[in-house]
Every structure is written in C-alpha cells, then in structure tokens.
Ligand binder design. Structure first.
Ligand SMILES: Nc1nc2c(ncn2[C@@H]2O[C@H](COP(=O)(O)OP(=O)(O)O)[C@@H](O)[C@H]2O)c(=O)[nH]1
Ligand SMILES: [Mg+2]
Length: 224
C-alpha cells in the first residue's frame, strides 16, 4: 500500500508567523510613539526622492529615520544619509519584499524610539511587498505618471492594502496620456478609504499638502 502524500502549506505558515511578529512590532511602536510607514512602489517611481522631499518639508516638526531595502547595494541609504537623515540599508539578498522580522532588525539598528517617524523604503516591486505585513502603522504607495494609468487594474492587491497613494511625477502629465480621473476611479473602486495625493518629488508640487496631512496623522497617533 502506498502512503498518502501529505501537503504542507508553507506559504500559509510563513504568513501566520509573520503576522504575529508584525502585530508585536506594531504594539511596540505604539508604546514608543514611533510612527512606522511602509512605502512601496515599482522601481524608479520615486520612493527615495519622495522620502527626501517629505523629510525636508517636515524637518522642523518631526524627526525621521529611514530603513532602506534593496536586493543588493546600499545606494539609497547613502543618498538619504547624505541629506543628514539617519538611515540603514537592509540587503535582502534576493528576496523581493520585506517581512516584519527584517524590519525589526532595521528598527533596532536605527534605534527607532529616538524618532517620531520611521519610513521603510520597501523593495521596488508592485507584487510581493503587498502580501507581507511589515508591522507598519501605515502602508503608503507611489504610482508615477510614466508607469501608466492601468496599474490599479494589473496590481489590485497593492492598491487595496494601502492607506495612502501618492501619484508622483505629475510634472510629466503634460507629456503623457495618463488619465488621472480614471486612475482615481479605479483605485477608489478597489479601496474606497484610500487617501490620494498628487505630487512631484522633483518640483515639490503637492508635497506640502501631503506632508501636512502626514503631520496631522502622526500628531493624532502620538496623542492616542
Ligand atoms: N521628473 C520627475 N522625476 C522624478 C520625480 N521623482 C523622482 N524622479 C526621478 O526618477 C528617478 C527614480 O527616482 P527614485 O527616487 O530613485 O525612485 P525609487 O527607485 O522608487 O526610489 C530619479 O532619476 C529621480 O530623479 C518627479 O516627481 N518628477
Ligand atoms: Mg529608491
């Protein structure tokens, strides 16, 4: 008689373990009053540039540290640190996303309790990072104009798990057929509670509106 082959759902186990670590991390961040943001997007949509612009806009109001993640290289952490911002680089060594235990290592390294806000720049990818809870209090994503207005249709999970969407590179709008109204309708159809801000990390347009909303959100968190 042949034994029945047992199927072990590795992915489910990994997700359950990760959720536990993420929940503990969120509680710890809440106790320390440090607001953790997980910023996701495709490569090149402007994560590093937006982080720098946002920190610049709020530097008189809030203190920031940044956890950078890439499959290889520490270029982004060096770019951020060159602006006088505390930064650490996580090298994922092939992984296309961050999970909560990787984030936890980065948080220890930056001594997170000293900061009001820690921003995680997740690995550039619209698929895997959406599946993993990093322990962040807020999930944010960037869609840039040159990527096209069809991305919510192609990567719905990413748009569904985010609290905020930053539509970056609006300085490209005049050269593009990007349909802003259609994007917003598609995104709100997937996720009616998402906040959407139009920005250009290059020209600075829209950064003040997004930054002032972020400041209010962090203030509310600190008072809670
Ligand atoms: N024109 C324009 N270029 C931008 C904007 N934001 C970022 N970039 C450029 O896009 C490229 C990728 O930006 P980066 O911040 O490194 O993207 P990341 O890979 O998501 O971190 C760089 O050359 C930036 O200068 C923007 O709002 N407008
Ligand atoms: Mg980057």
């Amino acid at each position: 008689m042949v034994d029945e082959v047992k199927l072990i759902e590795i992915k489910e186990d990994i997700q359950a373990d990760n959720r536990l670590v993420a929940e503990n991390l969120r509680q710890e961040m809440s106790r320390q009053k440090t607001f953790l943001i997980n910023l996701m997007s495709s490569p090149g949509s402007g994560k590093t540039s937006t982080i720098i612009s946002t920190v610049e806009a709020l530097k008189g109001d809030l203190s920031f540290a940044v956890i950078e993640a890439d499959i290889d290289s520490k270029l982004d952490a060096e770019k951020v640190a060159a602006r006088g911002i505390k930064a650490v680089q996580l090298k994922t060594g092939g992984f296309c996303h961050l999970d909560a235990s990787m984030v936890s290592k980065g948080l220890q390294e930056v001594d997170f309790a000293r900061f009001d806000v820690v921003i995680i720049e997740n690995v550039g990818n619209l698929v895997c990072p959406a599946e993993f809870d990093t322990g962040a209090i807020m999930n944010a994503m960037i869609l840039s104009v040159p990527e096209g207005d069809d991305k919510p249709l192609k990567y719905p999970l990413m748009f569904s798990v985010c609290d905020v969407l930053l539509i970056n590179k609006i300085d490209y709008l005049e050269f593009s057929d990007f349909d802003m109204l259609a994007v917003k309708q598609r995104v709100l159809g997937l996720n009616p509670r998402i906040r959407i801000y139009e920005i250009s990390a290059k020209t600075g347009e829209g950064i003040d509106v997004w930054a002032s909303w972020l400041k209010q959100t962090v203030d509310r968190f600190v008072r809670s």
